[in-house]
Design a protein around this ligand. Structure first.
Ligand SMILES: C[S@@+](CC[C@H](N)C(=O)[O-])C[C@H]1O[C@@H](n2cnc3c(N)ncnc32)[C@H](O)[C@@H]1O
Length: 257
C-alpha cells in the first residue's frame, strides 16, 4: 500500500488546501462542522488529525481542549511544527498511536472530531465502537466524510483511479454511514448532505491546480506527478458534479444512560 501522505504529497495538499490541511475547505469547513455543536470548554479528541489544521482552529477559534492523534508519525511531525508556531502546545496535545484500540480510558472525551478518516477504514464497526467507548455519556461524534452517492460511471472512474494507485479508500453510502453509527449504539444520528456545496469547492480546487498554481505545482512535482494530480482533481470534481460521490457532515450522540 503506498503512503498517500508522504512529504511531497503533504506539501502539495498544503499548497492546495491551506496550511495544516489534508482535506478541502480549511478553517471555514471546520467552522461549518462545529456550528452543529458548541464545543467551547469541552475535551475534544481529533482522530486522524493529519497536519493539525483542524485541531488548531478547534482550540484557537472554538475554545476546545484538544488531543490530536494519528497513526502516521510523519504527518504528526508537521502538526507539531504548526501547533508550536501557533503557540498552542497547552491547548493541543499531539499523540501517535497504532491502529486498533484507542489508547484512552472509557468516557475520556466529550466530543470525538473525525474528518475524512473513516473512508480509510475497511471495517467501520470496531472502529466506531472504540470511538463510542471513549466518549462520555451524552457526548458526541462530530465530523465529515465522503460517501458513495451513486455507483454511476463518474463514481466508478473515481474509485478505479484510487484503486489503480493502490490507495486505501473504502466509501460507503450515506445510508451505510447512518447504519454504521446506529449499529454501534449512537443515537440521534444526523447526517447533513453537503455534496452540492462541496462539488463547487472541488471545481474551485481544479481551477487552482490547472491555472492558479500550475507553475508552482509543475515545478514542485515534475510533469508526471503534476499530470496525475490534475487527473485526481478532475476525476474527483467530476464524481461530485455528476452525483457519484458525496460529502456529508454528521453528529451522532452517545446515549446518556
Ligand atoms: C484525508 S486525511 C485527513 C486529515 C485531517 N482530518 C484533515 O481533515 O485534514 C486522513 C488522515 O487519517 C489518518 N488515518 C488513516 N487511517 C487511520 C486510522 N485507522 N486511525 C486514525 N487515523 C487514520 C491518516 O494518517 C491521515 O492523517
Amino acid at each position: 500500500m503506498s503512503n498517500q501522505y508522504d512529504k511531497r504529497n503533504v506539501q502539495t495538499m498544503e499548497m492546495l488546501y491551506g496550511e495544516g490541511y489534508l482535506s478541502m475547505g480549511g478553517d471555514d469547513e471546520v467552522a461549518k462542522i462545529v456550528s452543529l455543536v458548541d464545543i467551547a470548554g469541552l475535551d475534544v479528541l481529533d482522530i486522524g488529525c493529519g497536519l493539525g489544521g483542524a485541531s488548531i482552529t478547534l482550540a484557537r477559534d472554538h475554545q476546545a481542549r484538544v488531543c490530536a492523534i494519528d497513526i502516521d508519525a510523519g504527518v504528526l511531525e508537521r502538526a507539531n511544527e504548526l501547533v508550536g508556531k501557533s503557540n498552542l502546545h497547552q491547548q493541543v496535545q499531539l499523540l501517535h498511536f497504532d491502529p486498533g484500540p484507542l489508547p484512552f480510558a472509557d468516557q475520556s472525551y466529550d466530543v470525538v472530531y473525525l474528518t475524512a478518516v473513516s473512508c480509510h477504514i475497511e471495517d467501520l464497526g470496531p472502529f466506531l465502537a472504540e470511538i463510542k467507548r471513549i466518549i462520555r455519556p451524552g457526548g458526541c461524534l462530530l465530523g465529515a466524510e465522503w460517501f458513495k452517492a451513486s455507483e454511476n460511471d463518474a463514481y466508478r472512474q473515481w474509485d478505479d483511479m484510487l484503486r489503480d494507485r493502490g490507495l486505501n479508500f473504502y466509501f460507503v453510502s450515506l445510508d451505510g454511514l447512518r447504519q454504521a453509527f446506529t449499529e454501534v449504539g449512537f443515537d440521534a444520528v444526523a447526517l447533513h448532505d453537503q455534496s452540492r456545496r462541496v462539488a463547487n469547492l472541488a471545481a474551485h480546487y481544479l481551477q487552482r491546480v490547472e491555472v492558479e498554481l500550475q507553475q508552482e505545482l509543475f515545478e514542485a512535482l515534475g510533469s508526471d506527478e503534476y499530470t496525475a494530480l490534475i487527473d485526481w482533481t478532475r476525476i474527483r470534481a467530476n464524481a461530485l458534479e455528476l452525483g457519484g460521490s458525496g460529502y456529508a457532515h454528521f453528529v451522532a450522540i452517545k446515549p446518556s444512560a
